[in-house]
Design a protein around this ligand. Structure first.
Ligand SMILES: Nc1ncnc2c1ncn2[C@@H]1O[C@H](COP(=O)(O)OP(=O)(O)OP(=O)(O)O)[C@@H](O)[C@H]1O
Ligand SMILES: [Mg+2]
Length: 331
């Protein structure tokens, strides 16, 4: 298979006053070309830190990153800053969780898109301006010539997010990382932006990492999904399989917590307990204090992420023997 991105054994530590806190632990996943991979998990599970590490945009002071981030086989963690800037502009782009903090308040939207185009192509200013207009139109921004002259604060949240998408697309990236691109928006606008991203993705054959805590978005948009808990991946699976037959008790909990549109009403079942603090991880499996199926071993030993015979991965002792059984039965 043609892997566009391969993250291998990524660890990220932040220093605080007392020492180091590990917020990403031994994270590995792959993104096949043209695939949409969802990364889901509760707040604080490390989704944004993961995407910022791939982009190499974590603060240099205070964050230590180890492991490999292979983009077409090249390790982004070891290229020069200059090369990384090239890659960031031309090959990999990111839509940030907070459009207001990533747009520059003192420049017009037009200038920001045009500059991004000029930085990464040999176009003249005029050509870049024409492309900026085209991009705004592609992103469904009405009255685009007028919008180009406006400043970010003059736009609604939905329009700002569209401008962010336009900037991200300015360089025709092969990989788009979208970090909760619709979380701050109301439901109707959210649906519009997702539809837009779907259309653009198809048109441009982009691969996408969609970061979200919304399983609805995952089922609607993604091909495969990685579930994160406390800085670790606990399960990866094709989307349909994940919803039909979740393996990890945490994934099952997330899916059971979804309000049902069909079937008996009132089955809302949130996962009990709290996500532990980064500095106070429980012994053994990190999910064990919240897991109804936890055994003595789960409280003692930390499970590895295991690849099952059907290609799914799960970090849970419950599936160690099961898979061997399946294999014995010829699956
Ligand atoms: N710059 C930083 N310095 C120190 N700790 C950080 C920094 N950025 C993130 N963290 C910590 O890393 C952990 C993961 O944070 P991250 O922002 O990746 O979570 P997330 O999954 O994106 O959450 P959300 O759904 O709320 O966006 C959290 O414990 C957070 O407090
Ligand atoms: Mg985040």
């Amino acid at each position: 298979m043609d892997n566009l991105l391969e993250v291998r054994n990524l660890n990220v530590d932040f220093s605080n006053g007392d020492g180091q806190i590990r917020v990403i632990s031994d994270l590995s996943f792959t993104l096949v070309r043209n695939e949409v991979l969802g990364i889901v998990g509760e707040s604080g599970s490390g989704k944004s830190v993961t995407s910022l590490s791939v982009m190499r945009l974590l603060p240099t002071a205070g964050a230590q990153t180890q492991g490999e981030v292979l983009f077409e086989g090249k390790d982004l963690l070891s290229v020069s800053e200059q090369e990384m800037q090239q890659i960031r502009g031309n090959r990999v782009a990111m839509i940030f969780q907070e459009p207001m903090t990533s747009l520059n308040p003192i420049h017009t939207c037009g200038r920001q898109i045009t500059e991004s185009i000029l930085l990464h192509s040999k176009m003249t200013k005029k050509e870049a301006q024409a492309k900026a207009l085209q991009l705004l139109e592609l992103c469904g921004i009405p009255d685009a010539p007028q919008r180009l002259k406006e400043y970010p604060h003059q736009l609604s949240g939905g329009m700002r997010q569209r401008v962010m998408i336009a900037i991200a697309l300015a360089c025709d990236p092969d990989l788009l990382i979208a970090d909760e691109p619709t979380t701050a928006l109301d439901v109707t606008i959210q649906a519009q932006i997702l539809k837009l991203m779907k259309d653009i993705r198809k048109q441009r054959n982009m691969s996408v990492i969609m970061i979200t805590h919304d399983l609805g978005i995952v089922s609607d948009f993604c091909d495969r999904v990685a579930v994160m808990y406390t800085g670790e991946i606990v399960e990866t699976a094709p989307v349909k399989q994940l919803f039909r037959d979740p393996l990890h008790p945490y994934t099952t909990g997330l899916i059971n917590a979804l309000p049902r549109l069909t079937g008996p009403a009132g089955r809302l079942e949130a996962i009990e307990g709290m996500v532990p603090d980064a500095g106070q991880m429980p012994e053994g499996c990190r999910f064990n204090p919240r897991c109804k199926q936890a055994t003595e071993r789960c409280r003692r030993e930390h499970p590895m992420l295991k690849t099952l015979s059907d290609g799914r991965c799960v970090r849970c002792f419950l599936f160690e023997d099961k898979d061997q059984g399946e294999k014995q039965h010829g699956e």
